[in-house]
Design a binder for this molecule. Sequence first.
Ligand code: 5GP
Length: 113
Amino acid sequence: MKENNIFQKIINKKIPADILYQDEKVTVFSDINPKAPVHFLVIPNKIITSLNKIEKKDKNLVFHMLNIAILIAKKKKIYNTGYRLIINCNNHAGQEINHLHIHVLGGKRLKSI
Ligand code: 5GP
């Protein structure tokens, strides 16, 4: 795997992160600049640069990402109180890192969008 962005370095443990979960398909870690009391990111281990780049063959992976988001929401005790998933795609959404990631936010009442 090429390590041309920070998330690939986190997957490969080349830079430190608060890794909450990792398996052969996905990595989950706390956001370094949390926007809520609980804020973690779910990313695929393989390179998918944005939501626009998912393919039909990724359907099990994307479903797995959602399931792991739910699992970690349970571990972080926000499963019942509620939480929000966000995927920023490209410039107008403010995507900073060109590696698909699901933000999971919770731990307080979030503003309506
Ligand atoms: P985006 O704006 O691309 O949707 O979200 C990128 C997220 O990655 C931001 O919330 C940012 O705080 C987080 N982030 C950027 N660099 C790092 C890092 O080195 N470590 C961790 N844990 N999070 C990071």
